[in-house]
Design a protein around this ligand. Structure first.
Ligand SMILES: [Zn+2]
Length: 378
């Protein structure tokens, strides 16, 4: 099993210099390879396989030899992937962007390298990186025992912070047992979800909380002169606020997912397409508003899936056609009342039980998850 960790890096000046050079070389190799591939295609109509070695041999690019060679080899793989996904999307009749040249100003600053027999390792709150040496990091989450580092990606945020993402492989030795505790989650536009105990996740809308502040920053930013010191300063402030919002959100989602994964053996969620729900707004039937796209549901579901799998527990996506909102969880009667999405509370015409829409749906999702999970483990 694979597991990823992300840590803040505090490189010294010499290390910063080397990291920046590696970013630059990775970008250069990408652009050189892309240009050659395009030129070759235009001339011959055929695709060309290029490797970084070709440029390292050229005197004008000799500096490429000074940085981590695996970082450049990974650029070649990334470019191949970009081509592959471009052609796949075309094949499937989807919109596709052709791989783009990377610019020094706007491009994402990162490079990836691989661990070869301990060339990448963590010791005493430092990570060893090829050609860089031991770099200080904030080791807030220790890597699990029995796992091996496979690849690492060093990156820099627009606000100037360095991070390292560490991908590890881990031998999962937890035996699956018959699940005993179950939960169901019903997606909610506000608050993220309601669980089968009737509790809301209470997800704060971090973006909205900071919306005014952000708008104010953008207004002042637009008034500054493009080449001024103030302009650069404002840009940094805005990046920092965006980063803060994203961090708050991720932190909340992680904690909520962890809490659930620790408490239950099996958790079921609805298979909903948030995109489809956001689209419905246009047709005018019901407005979900801005909160759907801002809401981290799909990200949360992925975190939950990972955290459960990690403990050998069960994650279930209930079929999107399962009528979780229409069934009375008490007697099983199926009603049309709740097809109207504005109905938040309803009473079962058959058994007379009063229902809260979300809580009732969450219980139905839990029961459906339980049914599927137990059928699988028998
Ligand atoms: Zn009923």
């Amino acid at each position: 099993m694979l597991k990823a960790y992300k840590y803040r890096l505090y490189p010294n000046n010499r290390q910063i210099n080397m990291i920046e050079r590696t970013f630059g070389c990775a970008r250069k190799v990408w652009n050189l390879m892309l240009a050659d591939k395009i030129a070759h295609y235009n001339e011959t109509g055929k695709s060309l396989t290029v490797t970084p070695a070709k440029y390292k041999r050229m005197a004008e690019y000799a500096y490429l030899k000074e940085v981590d060679s695996l970082a450049l080899a990974n650029v070649q793989l990334d470019l191949q992937d970009a081509y592959k996904s471009f052609f796949n999307r075309i094949k499937n009749g989807k919109k596709a962007g052709f791989p783009k040249f990377k610019s020094k100003k706007t491009g994402r600053k990162s490079y990836s390298t691989n661990n070869q027999k301990g060339s990448v390792r963590i010791e005493n709150s430092k990570i060893r990186l090829p050609k860089i040496g031991f770099v200080k990091l904030v080791y807030h989450r220790p890597i699990m025992e029995n796992s091996k580092i496979k690849t690492v990606t060093v990156s820099k945020t627009p606000s100037g912070k360095y991070f390292v993402s560490v991908l590890t492989e881990y031998e999962n030795q937890i035996l699956k047992s018959i699940p005993k505790t179950f939960a169901g989650l019903d997606f909610a536009m506000h608050g993220l979800f309601v669980d089968s105990d009737g509790r809301s996740a209470g997800y704060p809308n971090f973006f909205r909380q900071n919306e005014k502040k952000l708008a104010r920053l953008y207004r002042s930013f637009s008034k500054t002169d493009k080449n001024s010191h103030n302009h650069a300063k404002m840009r940094l402030k805005i990046s920092r606020l965006h980063e803060k919002i994203a961090n708050q959100r991720n932190d909340f989602l992680h904690k909520t997912a962890k809490n659930l994964a620790d408490r239950f053996d099996c958790i079921a969620v609805e298979d909903i397409s948030v995109k489809a729900m956001a689209k419905r707004k246009k047709k005018g039937s019901f407005s979900f508003g801005k909160s759907v796209s801002d809401n981290g549901w799909s990200k949360f579901v992925e975190m939950l899936r990972c955290k459960l799998a990690w403990q050998g527990k069960i994650f279930i996506k209930v079929d999107k056609w399962f009528p979780s909102s229409q069934l009375c969880h008490n007697c099983g009667f199926q009603t049309d009342i709740t097809k109207d999405l504005s109905v938040r509370k309803w009473t079962c015409p058959k058994c007379g039980m009063a229902h809260d829409r979300d809580y009732n749906a969450a219980v139905n999702i839990r029961e459906e998850g339980k049914r599927i999970a137990l059928a699988k483990t028998q």
